[in-house]
Write a protein that binds this ligand. Sequence first.
Ligand code: 13P
Ligand code: SF4
Length: 301
Amino acid sequence: MQSIQAEKLKKEADALILAHYYVPGEVQDMADYVGDSYALAVKAAHSDKKVIVFCGVSFMGESAKILSPDKTVYLPERNAHCAMAEMADVREAERMKREIPDLAVVTYINSGAALKAVSDVIVTSSNALKIVSALPQKNVYFIPDRNLGRYVAEHDASGKKFYFCEGHCPIHARTTKEDVLAAKETHPEALFLVHPECPAEVCALADCVGSTAEIIAFARRSQKKQFIIGTEEGVLHALKKSCPDKQFYPLREGMICEDMKKITPEKVLAALRGEVAPVEVDERTREGAERALKKMLELAK
Ligand code: 13P
Ligand code: SF4
């Protein structure tokens, strides 16, 4: 029923519905496209629709607006925020740039527009290693996620020196080696797939470390039938849909991003009707952030 209403409203508004894998399953099912942060940023940048309804947390809608200033972008829930997005400091990034020669400020897309605007390049979990390795600078200040940053530093073969801050995702960062060992004991046949926002000791035990989309692609390709999933539980909806013959087990209880769950089908319909305020980004900040996001799109190709 909601899907029929959404289809009608979408046509009337000339809108595209994008959804991240962490939003509730019924919201994912209303979307034109469900993806990881990188794929969603690309879809938003290339859409020819007038309106984008972005079912995700605020940095996602903000990034869509930064890349497509002429489009109207709606977040069905303006108060859905990523807890990590403000964990790095703009002034500290500027200070690092002033004080450390030959330094690139590399900022995870899970960040506010002001931080993006002072960054050299934006990365997502699916392209961070590729982009960092391709940078000409010898020094990298990787913010805000210390776990993704550490994962990139461990795998970078270009000999760069890394600096981090203490940003982290509360949902992923609390996972432990003990969680993995317990899940493996309960499901001895299962492979372990994990997001790089988890700590090093957790990633070290994984069969695949990747973005949400990479986790899903790995499970789809694999000959194995059982998987322990070390990321937010919303991904299980897409996994079960695309691999109905396979079994998926969350790494631990409570891997839930409450902010992503604030998005409901009713709020999506309200956004399609234009009943929420559109996303706005101040023009000077937008231009700086656009430069860093476009650099990501260029280097990630
Ligand atoms: P992905 O880019 O892998 O979808 O991750 C986004 C995110 O918020 C992870 O917590
Ligand atoms: Fe942010 Fe963590 Fe939620 Fe991802 S799961 S949006 S990093 S708080």
